[in-house]
Design a protein around this ligand. Structure first.
Ligand code: ADP
Ligand code: ASP
Ligand code: MG
Length: 412
């Protein structure tokens, strides 16, 4: 039987009514002749609640126990989805990560999938099971402990299963009907894209567009998984939603395809560090070992052998970063006069493959922000994206201004 992977996100399984609605979609695909692997997220809000409990209990938590707690939301929805399907006379069974077993690295809270052996699930399919319901977001480490794949990780579970089972397609059912030029919740003029290139989706995801987890796009690209995003609340067919595909399969292309934002950023500045060979390594080594995801980095011009070093990281890692840097100072590895954290910043980015061959995108972006009186604090660029750090209170305004400036409400 051909295998189809269907993933349902948090809002799509938020209560029993929605789980029934999702189960009906699954049943329809079984009736069309597919063996289905369903990947479910936790009910919406559940993972946030679990993360909150961990942080309240232990600010610098042990990531193994974080995973033990936050993985639990998916166990509930996997079991409920299997029950709901059984009630509809569809032979279904649930699988937690360790039962598959979905093997991961031991990088707790951000583990990477290493292997998905097919034997257990294949055997059940051979015995007549039609649907394997898999708890997304979780796996098992070489040490035998539960791991999680990072926020939004159920997308990655889904794509990894699609690759492992040679699925005809991986359908990501969510609360919007596809990938848009920007988050439709922020810009009402955002336009749904019929297709988007892997590279662009990868950038948009890594720059904050949470509609797909970055790693899921990476895997789909590497293993040539046919990846689609579509609505769980509408009637859908083979042509619904947005197909993530190769660049060559897209005919019309704007210079900029999308605008992404990331709300919860922080900017940290080390004031007056010695400007000497090895200083960057001495600062960013401890940060990396402490698990801080440093993003943008700026080193100021130096005066009398000393300089300021600024970097950005997720706002919830500020305590971890301060702790790591203060310890490095105490241990004599680095010396600085002050450490300032600005926790009220956001990152806004424009992404487009067309930027490879078109000049002037940065200028147009900066002009649009200037026209709104928005100050840029840090800039970073790569081949197909430009990102700026700005005050968080201007984030929505910046997204809308850039969407307008690049004419994204209109097709190419
Ligand atoms: P799920 O719970 O189904 O995994 P997520 O909340 O993780 O859903 O992702 C879907 C959300 O992503 C949408 O509700 C939307 O607000 C947001 N989003 C951000 N950027 C985009 C974009 N470019 N296109 C579509 N949705 C986007
Ligand atoms: N429940 C997890 C989260 O909220 C994983 C997911 O939904 O993809 O991050
Ligand atoms: Mg998600």
């Amino acid at each position: 039987m051909p295998v189809l992977v269907m993933k349902f996100g948090g809002t799509s399984v938020a209560d029993l009514g929605r789980i029934r609605n999702a189960a009906e979609k699954v049943k329809r695909e079984v009736e069309r002749g597919f063996d289905v692997i369903v990947v479910v997220s936790a009910m919406s809000g559940k993972t946030n609640e679990l993360v909150g409990w961990v942080e309240q209990t232990s600010p610098l938590f042990d990531a193994r126990e974080y995973d033990a707690v936050v993985s639990s939301g998916e166990n509930v929805t996997a079991g409920l989805m299997a029950l709901m399907l059984q009630e509809m006379d569809v032979p279904a069974r649930s699988w937690q990560g360790w039962q598959v077993p979905l093997r991961t690295t031991s990088a707790h809270s951000a583990a990477r999938i290493e292997e998905i052996p097919r034997a257990n699930i294949d055997q059940k399919f051979a015995e007549g099971m039609k649907v394997a319901v898999v708890a997304g977001f979780q796996g098992i480490s070489p040490e035998g402990r539960i791991t999680t794949l990072g926020r939004g990780g159920s997308d990655t579970t889904a794509v990894a299963f699609a690759a492992a089972f040679d699925a005809v397609r991986c359908d990501i059912y969510t609360d919007v009907d596809g990938v848009y030029t920007t988050d439709p919740r922020i810009e009402s003029k955002a336009r749904r894209l019929d297709r988007i290139a892997f590279e662009e989706m990868l950038e948009l995801a890594s720059l904050g567009a949470k509609v797909l987890q970055t790693r899921s796009v990476e895997l789909a690209m590497r293993y040539k998984v046919k990846l689609r995003v579509l609505s769980s609340f509408e009637d859908t067919d083979e042509n619904s939603g947005t197909l993530v595909c190769d660049e060559e399969d897209i005919v019309e292309q704007n210079v900029v395809s999308g605008v992404a934002y990331s709300r919860d950023e922080a900017k940290m500045t080390l004031i007056s560090v010695a400007d000497r060979p090895g200083i960057a390594a001495a600062i960013f080594g401890p940060l990396s070992r402490a698990g801080v995801n440093v993003d943008m980095i700026v080193q100021n011009i130096s005066e009398e052998g000393r300089t300021d070093m600024t970097f950005s990281c997720p706002v919830n890692q500020v305590a971890r970063a301060e702790d790591a840097l203060t310890r490095a100072k105490t241990d004599g590895e680095i010396n600085f006069h002050g450490l300032v954290a600005d926790t009220d910043v956001a990152k806004v980015s424009v992404v487009g493959i067309g930027m490879r061959s078109h000049a002037g995108v940065a200028a147009r972006m900066f002009e649009a922000l200037a026209a709104e009186g928005i100050n840029i604090k840090v800039i970073a660029t790569s081949e197909i994206k430009i990102s700026v750090l700005i005050d968080r209170k201007y984030m929505e305004l910046a997204v809308q201004a850039l969407h307008d400036a690049f004419g994204l409400d209109k097709a190419a």
